[in-house]
Ligand binder design. Structure first.
Ligand code: SF4
Ligand code: SF4
Length: 466
């Protein structure tokens, strides 16, 4: 945090950076950053964008990479199909994910926002570069915005907003194909627009919302809407590693003789590239999405004035105030280990999930039956969920005690995604039924290999009745 005698501008304390004194929006015209970190971000952002647009079309084990069919309650993630029976996995994964996000933020700050959040990726690596291509650089954009409407401005506005609308439309179609699948999407296209008027309205409404967010609302999503952004105040502390200005080295700012002035030459390059319009030299602020644009900008300036880079860098407030480098103290190591453990738990939960889930329960309200002169039987209900992408053929074997399973109806098969229900009898020799309630173990076999073991009970006559 900047020391009190060095405050040069304190309006950042009164209102968000994009609000004027009168409460009206201040439009930001940020420069595109240039530098090592921006190049890394571009690689990550473009990889994410390519993945988002291609994932519904790419297939793995006959299914799309990601398919979130809420209507039929079927979800496919990287070739694994999930059904409502896997709901517990989803709950556990969400809890683990939330804990992960909180811990990650406590240690590494809001880096998610600046590097992988869809809002930033779409805005900074798709919509903003298009704006720079059509309207010119930051100064040219500002000039264009302030000038009277003329033919050139009209043409530029039509071109830019036309492209924005097309991208929004295409993006919404992509998101919809995550829910209904690409083949259904193509079917809908064939029947448009009269036969599918309802769907057309849905697509156009969401296209409008998407276009509004990225053409006009923009950084305000991060600064005044996003709950994750608002929570930063309670998650960050002096040990959190984040984008920070080294005020010890930089102040007092201004162009001056070495030794009298600090290293900050007050060039405002860090402010010019900031997509949320803040001055990071005022310290950590709610609007900072940790995009690292100011780090790249300041490093370029430091190189020009022949001073060491890192005046703005990843550092904790404590490290800066004590003039130290980032230290991986016990807390950071402990939290990182918890993060790693959570990742392992989430991965484990998804890998141990069986492809076939079988439940066998004794039929409610039934008792044992005589089955021939020397055997007893119990009636059971079986439910089998096939979570694979092909048909499964299951065989049940009684593991303990010695006895027999007699299936009723058709052989136990289920198509992909199908839930098969059957009744079955477990038959035991009377001499093996020494108690009124005995445990049975049933093995579930597929192609001769045991894939599951189910425990249940067998009810026999009271021992005194023997
Ligand atoms: S202050 Fe720096 S890291 Fe934060 S949003 Fe602005 S440019 Fe990005
Ligand atoms: S870019 Fe660096 S030198 Fe220029 S104002 Fe920002 S902190 Fe100071």
């Amino acid at each position: 945090m900047q020391s009190p005698e060095n405050y040069q501008e304190s309006t950042f304390r009164d209102r968000p950076s994009t609000f004027g004194k009168d409460g009206k929006r201040i439009w930001i015209f940020p420069k595109l950053p240039k530098g090592r970190l921006y190049n890394y971000r571009r690689i990550i952002a473009w990889s994410l964008l390519i993945f988002v647009y291609l994932a519904p079309w790419l297939k793995l084990r006959g299914e799309p990479l990601i398919f979130l069919n809420f209507l039929e309650r079927k979800f496919v993630l990287f070739g694994n199909t999930f059904y409502p029976q896997d709901f517990h996995l989803l709950v556990l994964a969400i809890i683990a994910f939330v804990v992960f996000i909180v811990l990650f933020t406590v240690i590494y700050g809001r880096i998610f926002c600046g590097w992988v959040c869809p809002q930033t990726v779409f805005l900074e690596f798709l919509y903003r570069p298009i704006e720079h291509l059509i309207d010119g650089n930051s100064e040219q954009q500002q000039k264009l915005a302030e000038q009277e409407m003329d033919a050139i401005k009209v043409l530029k506005r039509i071109l830019k907003h036309g492209i924005y609308l097309f991208i929004s439309f295409f993006t919404i179609l992509t998101f919809i194909s995550y829910v209904i699948g690409t083949s259904k999407l193509c079917e809908i296209f064939n029947g448009w627009p009269i036969q599918r008027f309802g769907m057309l309205m849905v697509v156009l409404t969401f296209t409008g919302v998407h276009y509004f967010i990225f053409s006009w609302f923009r950084e305000q999503v991060c600064t005044i809407v996003c709950p994750y952004g608002r929570l930063q105040g309670v998650m960050l502390d002096v040990n959190t590693i984040q984008v920070a200005y080294d005020y010890k080295r930089g102040e007092p700012r201004g162009k001056g003789e070495r030794g009298i002035k600090g290293d900050c030459i007050n060039c405002y390059s860090c402010v010019d590239v900031c997509p949320t319009g803040i001055d990071i030299r005022n310290g950590t602020q709610l609007e900072c999405i940790n995009c690292t644009g100011c780090i790249d900008a300041c490093n370029a300036v430091m190189k020009r004035v022949k001073k060491p880079s890192g005046l703005i860098r990843f550092a904790s407030e404590k490290a800066i105030s004590e003039g130290e480098k980032i230290k991986f103290n016990a807390r950071v190591i402990a939290y990182s280990l918890v993060l790693l453990a959570l990742l392992i738990v989430i991965t484990y939960l998804f890998t141990v999930r069986g492809d076939v889930e079988t439940e066998i329960d004794r039929s409610p309200g039934t008792m044992f039956q005589e089955y021939g002169p020397d055997r007893y039987s119990n009636l059971y209900n079986l439910e089998m969920v096939n979570k694979t992408n092909s048909e499964v053929d299951i065989e049940l074997r009684l593991l303990t005690p010695e006895g027999e399973i007699i299936m009723m109806g058709d052989p136990l098969k289920a198509e992909k995604g199908e839930v098969a229900k059957r009744d079955l009898l477990i038959v035991l020799k009377k001499e093996n039924v020494k108690m009124s309630n005995i445990h049975v173990e049933i093995g579930v076999f597929e192609k001769g290999k045991q894939i599951d073991k189910i425990l249940s009970t067998f009810v026999g006559p009271n021992a005194l009745d023997h």
